[in-house]
Design a protein around this ligand. Structure first.
Ligand code: AMP
Length: 411
């Protein structure tokens, strides 16, 4: 059972874990940046209203069927073309999986696609930067868009999948719609009080990430409802990296009686230091990238406490706090051209089904350790220093670790 004083407990711990080096109030999660320079090899696409994702792609188009270059993967841009593609597979009883993404693909996305291909006859990868899940002061304008690199990775992966006999299917189509296509009545806006057709999943969508980003899960649930309605997949694949999102999507599917299985793939991490792969890591630059593992290290310390037999919130979170404080002290001792500043948004110990804060882990249920930190812009750049995509704005990173129930998790 969740405790009665959840909110108070969370706030208490949030305050407890906020590093003292942060002296200025940080009201905006992401400063708006005007530069749209992308540090990886990519094609820069015009702003949200005219986002036609694939417009810069050199896709071949034979007989009206657009495909990714040198590949059988179909490129679908409209809901009607997806429906047309989907229908015969329904009649043939072929399973269709959907892997929703916002592009800027990395190995985390690819691992979900690999798993989907192992378990389904057809995989549809959607690439759509959904403006509804970005707050008005967030990084929609600078969100990395790497269409050419995404296409190249998908074509390569599809070949790999075709050569591997263990797969049931491969990538059959990429769905890259425009905002006009996804919001046929007109885009309702990114404000909290925007009027329009939205799906809200509460209370889980209001907690943790939802507290800091009040429109985020409304945007996610709305766009996923649309994608599910268009593609009509038997299975959808989401990463554990965004653990609260997986809980929201499971609720969406359950509560709206959708005949869809939600599959959660493990978090892919940097092999060397364990940083969770994220499209937003390109904003970090080398200096902040070094210390961006502080959240994962803190969560690992908390997990260690649980593994040693600790069950109480206080002891488990204290272990995380110790790591944060240690890194903070280390950074405070450095000069402005060397140090890294960060702010802990929250570190949470929550129930695996509700994401409500818990005072004690029930070993029969396990729990979810999750957190969010803001890596603040560097105070002073060194000469020639690469500060990251868009000049190294504040970057909000999230991560989590599942505390498995005793006796292992149920599959
Ligand atoms: P995004 O493009 O960031 O919206 O992510 C699309 C999907 O990829 C979501 O289900 C994410 O949870 C998943 N994903 C993102 N990063 C990772 C990662 N490091 N490991 C596994 N899945 C991930």
């Amino acid at each position: 059972m969740p405790p009665t004083a959840n909110a108070a407990a969370l706030i208490r711990h949030t305050v407890l874990l906020r590093p003292a080096i942060i002296t200025t109030a940080f009201s905006k999660t992401f400063p708006m940046t005007t530069s749209r320079a992308v540090s990886r090899s990519c094609t820069v696409i015009p702003k949200v209203t005219s986002r036609t994702m694939a417009s810069s792609c050199s896709s071949s188009s034979k007989g009206g069927l657009e495909k990714l270059p040198s590949s059988p993967v179909r490129l679908l841009r409209t809901t009607s073309s997806v429906r047309l593609w989907r229908r015969p597979h329904l009649l043939d009883h072929r399973t269709v999986a959907l892997v929703p993404t916002m592009g800027a693909l990395h190995s985390g996305h690819l691992s979900l696609i690999r798993r989907a291909a192992r378990e389904n006859h057809h995989v549809v990868v959607s690439i759509y930067v959904n403006p509804a899940q970005f707050g008005i002061s967030e990084d929609l304008d600078s969100y990395p868009q790497t269409w050419d690199s995404d296409v190249a990775q998908l074509v390569k992966l599809d070949r790999e999948l075709a050569d591997d006999g263990d797969n049931l299917g491969r990538i059959s189509a990429v769905f890259a719609p425009s905002t006009k296509e996804m919001y046929p009545g007109g885009f309702p806006g990114q404000e909290v009080d925007s009027k329009g057709s939205f799906v809200t999943i509460t209370p889980v969508g209001e907690l943790l990430e939802g507290r800091t980003r009040p429109t985020f899960f409304r945007g996610v649930a709305t766009v996923c409802m649309k994608l599910f309605n268009v593609v009509q997949p038997e299975r959808v694949y989401f990463g554990q990296k965004d653990v609260q999102q997986t809980v929201v999507i499971k609720r969406l599917v359950r509560d709206f009686l959708m005949p869809i299985e939600v599959v959660v793939g493990r978090t892919e991490r940097d092999e060397k230091d364990g940083l969770a792969l994220s499209s937003r890591n390109v904003y970090l630059g080398e200096r902040r990238r070094q210390q961006a593992t502080v959240l994962y290290r803190a969560l690992r310390a908390a997990e260690g406490e649980y593994k040693k037999g600790g069950r109480k919130r206080e002891g488990i979170l204290r272990a995380a706090e110790g790591v944060v404080e240690g890194v903070k002290r280390e950074e405070e001792g450095k000069g402005v051209e060397e140090r890294v500043r960060f702010e802990v948004d929250y570190i949470s110990l929550a129930d695996p089904d509700t994401m409500e804060e818990i005072e004690e882990v029930d070993p029969a249920r396990g729990g979810i350790l999750s957190g969010a930190i803001k890596m603040l812009p560097v105070e002073k750049a060194r000469e020639g220093e690469d500060l990251g995509h868009s000049g190294g704005p504040a970057v909000r990173l999230i991560d989590n670790i599942i505390l498995e129930p005793e006796g292992g998790k149920e599959e």
